[in-house]
Design a binder for this molecule. Structure first.
Ligand code: XMP
Length: 507
């Protein structure tokens, strides 16, 4: 495997994804918590960083066990660190170099850069520049503005590059990474979804033996894939619980339950809608609503798990981005924008050990593993849906009647996206019930009814998002259908805010 030492760059996760796209396993670790380097580590990559190497409190990793002993590649900050701290010079650049640049020199004889074209486009993002390198550093790439865009330390398999090969705009970044990972580090490209399934199932069998595992299914990709993997390993000892919180999409509880049963999972559907509505009654504050939904979920799940005798483990669909210990630039935790409610928040007293078969995978890898497990594309291709469901898409207090109305609206929107072949182009879509009434006219009648907003966004990870530019004709058709078919709604709006500064959900 490859180790990536993280210095807090926004691109660190991207490096990991690129390595894995080469079918090589890698792990991200904070620079100040380097694990022991065993024989399975074939090479190390140093990430970029928001810090300048010249800062007094810039990260100063201890590379004694690594540099000169196994292949090492410094990217951006990593390259500057390897230059500055071993006798070179790093200075602020006159202009901040940010964006596309073209190489003006590429060493075709060097094992790292061989195969890249002479004027290859690369992506730069740095405020400092390497002015001088020690005499045993050989320059292997330059741009018109950056003389030291790449170097190799003679006599070692240590390299530094100022540009970011992991960013798509570095058009031949993959060539460079493949040279490093495959040719220099000597990694076998055998980490595939099939091999992951095989290894994970074997590990789970060994770890769990005859123990019973409880897992909360949500209908989403992660918990479904986790369940199928566990099922493959321990069969009927996996007890799945699927809670209807009364805030799911139209018909979702029944149809998802049916497809889980079709997959052979041992799953119990629990309809707790009334309990959720009762707890939500009269609550209008978004955080109070989220907390109430989270609390009832824990209560219901807890009661249900107690019915499974001798359960020792709690299975969870946690994925890698939730696990990576991020190195934030400020050092402190980021502000809570919304308290997320996931199956995760179970109380300590449940005393179950946690098993998380997907904790090393990125979302797209989870989908690929799901496909290799033959899980239906219907489940794998689903848009993300928040744990608190329609509860945070009904602004103001939640009632069963509002849920029913919103389910109809959402159903028209989502099925129209599917019918018109737009569903897969959208990252996430849904409808929001607005707490306002407005005047309309239907036939000869005056109406005074509620308004809904439609929201559709494009995104790669939900951290940032743009509103989706759906065709006007499509929006017109959906709006007509909603107003004609859903009693209680006489106005439809479309949300054209991006994230940031808005968020995807309204609450
Ligand atoms: P926001 O609204 O923060 O949402 O831009 C980003 C993504 O997270 C989803 N989301 C949640 N998912 N539990 C979840 O499992 C939650 O409490 C929750 N809140 C928001 C949201 O749907 C979007 O995909």
């Amino acid at each position: 495997k490859i180790l990536i030492l993280d210095f807090g760059s926004q691109y660190t996760q991207l490096i990991a994804r690129r390595v894995r796209e080469l079918n090589v396993y890698c792990e991200i670790h904070p620079w100040n918590k380097v694990p022991e380097i065993g024989e399975d580590v074939k090479g190390v990559i140093l990430s970029g960083s928001p810090f300048s190497t010249r800062d007094e409190n810039a990260p100063k990793p201890n590379l004694d066990g690594i540099k000169g002993k196994l292949p090492l590649l410094g990217v951006c900050f990593g390259a500057q660190y390897l230059a500055l701290n071993y006798g070179g010079e790093v200075l602020p650049s006159k202009i901040r170099e940010y964006g596309r640049a073209n190489l003006s020199f590429v060493d075709q004889d060097n094992e790292l850069t061989v195969g890249m074209s002479d004027n290859s486009q690369v992506w730069m993002s740095h405020g400092d520049t390497i002015k001088e390198v020690p005499s045993n550093y050989k320059i292997i790439a330059s741009t018109p503005d950056v003389r030291v865009a790449g170097y190799k330390i003679e006599g070692e398999t240590t390299y530094g590059i100022q540009f970011h090969p992991e960013v798509y705009h570095s058009l031949e970044g993959k060539v460079l990474l493949e040279n490093y990972i495959v040719n220099i580090c000597g990694c076998a490209q055998d980490w595939t979804p099939d091999s992951f399934v095989e290894e994970t199932v074997a590990d789970l069998k060994a770890k769990l033996g005859d123990d019973r595992v409880i897992l909360g299914l949500s209908g989403g990709v992660d918990s479904s894939v986790a369940a199928v993997l566990l099922h493959k390993a321990i069969g009927k000892n996996l007890h799945c619980i699927f809670v209807n919180n009364g805030l799911l999409r139209k018909n979702e509880f029944d149809s998802v339950l049916e497809s889980y049963q079709g997959m052979g999972l041992n799953v119990k559907g629990v309809d707790a809608s009334e309990q959720f509505y009762a707890e939500l009654k009269g609550l209008t504050d978004p955080e109070a609503k989220r907390k109430a939904i989270g609390k009832v979920f824990v209560d219901v799940f807890d009661a249900e798990s107690k019915l499974v005798e001798n359960a020792k483990w709690l299975g969870q669909g946690t994925i890698y981005p939730d696990v990576i210990e991020s190195v934030s630039a400020t050092g402190g935790p980021s502000a809570t924008i919304k308290s997320h409610h996931n199956v995760g928040g179970l109380p300590d007293y449940m005393k179950l050990q946690v098993v998380e078969p997907l904790r090393l995978l990125f979302k797209d890898e989870v989908r690929r593993v799901g496909a290799s497990l033959d899980i239906s594309p219907n489940i794998l291709g689903r848009h993300p849906f928040p744990g608190p469901g329609l509860g945070i898409r009904i602004l103001g207090d939640v009632t069963a009647e509002k849920v029913r109305i919103l389910q109809e609206v959402d159903h028209i929107f989502i099925s129209s996206l599917k019918e018109d072949g737009l569903y897969d182009d959208v990252w996430q879509a849904g409808a929001i019930f607005l707490p306002i009434q407005s005047v309309g006219v239907m036939g000869d009648e005056r109406t005074y009814e509620n308004a809904v907003a439609l929201r559709a966004v494009t995104s790669t990870d939900g951290m940032t998002a743009d509103w989706c530019h759906l065709p006007y004709e499509f929006l017109a058709k959906v709006s007509n259908k909603i107003i004609n078919q859903v009693k209680g709604i006489n106005r439809v709006t479309y949300d054209i805010s991006s994230k940031p500064p808005a968020t995807i959900e309204w609450e």
